[in-house]
Design a protein around this ligand. Structure first.
Ligand code: NAD
Ligand code: UDP
Length: 320
């Protein structure tokens, strides 16, 4: 019998790519989403498949799945700063109550669970690059705290289920990941800059543009997650691309890539915006024999091609 995997946040960016990967690997996929930031368009191509099921469910409430489950991947959560600032309570709930529900389900089904943590648990890091043994520097009461602390709680409760109940758990700390199916208006820097280029608007760099990020292409991220799930390692593992760039330089790259002659304008840096971010991926290399393969230039080209296929109406939508 084919293995059966539950993916929460399945209609979102990463969740939908994970659905594709598990279907390709021959699994039966149970997909769940409440569509608060996701879009059914990302998974509608899977609806005709008999090995794919979708449930419109808020996983912060009670989660029920009939039948057996081998694996659970908990990816439900708003993930972009403007989303979790707009829906802070739901963000806290899905990271805490939602995770608790899914751990309970994993225990009842005797399933292995992988939870999607984030580089944000390192906050505005005082250690560079960030390795898994760094405890982080998070402002608990700042606007980003709702996401960061929910994810930190998520890691703690997952380790508690592992230690206390002997549950098989995996924790991936995902660093900035991009690719097709990101929402053009989700406020994250890649869709923001590409959308501005397509609409002929100025490119908005926040702050002085000296803050750094390190962008990982979605296929590399999915490969890392897949390998981690099948590994026997229960402590957190960073998955991301260590190729770091300042946001100011990145804006120039986007202007070049899109062949536009947009102007760069500077706007206020959002509160608690991390100054630097770059993953130390030594652990993933050693443990999973994994490292990213897609160069930023190639990944950005594919992503821009995707955004170019969106309708004019989608391009003009500002708020979701
Ligand atoms: P996304 O917004 O595209 O996807 C999240 C999905 O979760 C959406 O489809 C949304 O509708 C769904 N969702 C939210 N709350 C829910 C709830 N209560 N019940 C059911 N579904 C719910 O975001 P993404 O970029 O695909 O992120 C997916 C996961 O990966 C998140 O947990 C996020 O924290 C984590 N992550 C992503 C990145 C990244 O760079 N993309 C980085 C670090 C961590
Ligand atoms: N950013 C920017 N202009 C934008 C959107 C974002 O300069 O229009 C900056 C943002 O301040 C941050 C970086 O780009 O320093 C990455 O932001 P994003 O929201 O993509 O993710 P984060 O890593 O902050 O969660």
């Amino acid at each position: 019998m084919k293995k059966r995997v539950l993916i929460t946040g399945a209609a979102g960016f990463l969740g939908s790519h994970l659905c594709d990967r598990f279907i390709k690997e021959g699994y039966r996929v149970v997909a769940m989403d409440n569509l608060i930031t996701g879009d059914l368009k990302n998974i509608e191509h899977l609806f005709p498949l008999e090995q794919f099921e979708f449930y419109h469910t808020d996983v912060s409430n009670y989660v029920h799945v009939a039948g057996e489950l081998d694996y659970i991947l908990h990816f439900a959560s708003p993930a972009s700063p403007i989303d979790y600032l707009k829906i802070p309570i739901q963000t806290l709930k899905v990271g805490s109550l939602g995770t608790h529900n899914l751990l309970g389900l994993a225990k009842a089904k005797n399933a292995r669970i992988l939870i999607a943590s984030t580089s944000e648990i390192y906050g505005d890091p005082l250690v560079h690059p960030q390795s898994e043994d760094y405890y982080g520097n998070v402002n608990t009461i700042g606007p980003r705290g709702v996401y960061d602390e929910a994810k930190r709680f998520q890691e703690s409760i997952t380790m508690a289920y592992h230690r206390f109940h002997g549950l098989e758990t995996r924790i991936v700390r995902i660093f900035n990941t991009y690719g097709p199916r990101m929402r053009l208006n989700d406020g994250r820097v890649i869709p923001a800059f590409m959308g501005q280029a397509l609409r002929g608007e100025d490119i908005t760099v926040f702050g002085d543009g000296k803050q750094t990020r390190s962008f990982c292409y979605v296929d590399d991220q999915v490969e890392g997650i897949y390998r981690l799930l099948l590994s026997d390692y229960s402590d957190p593992v960073n998955i991301g691309n260590p190729h770091e760039i300042t946001i100011g330089d990145f804006a120039k790259e986007i202007i070049e890539l899109t062949g536009t002659n947009q102007k760069v304008v500077y706007k206020e840096l959002p509160q608690d915006d991390p100054l630097k971010r770059k993953p130390d991926i030594s652990l993933a290399k050693e443990l999973l024999n994994w490292e990213p393969r897609v160069h930023r230039e190639e990944g950005m080209r594919i992503t821009f091609e995707y955004f170019k296929t969106l309708s004019k109406e989608e391009l003009e939508k500002r708020e979701h």
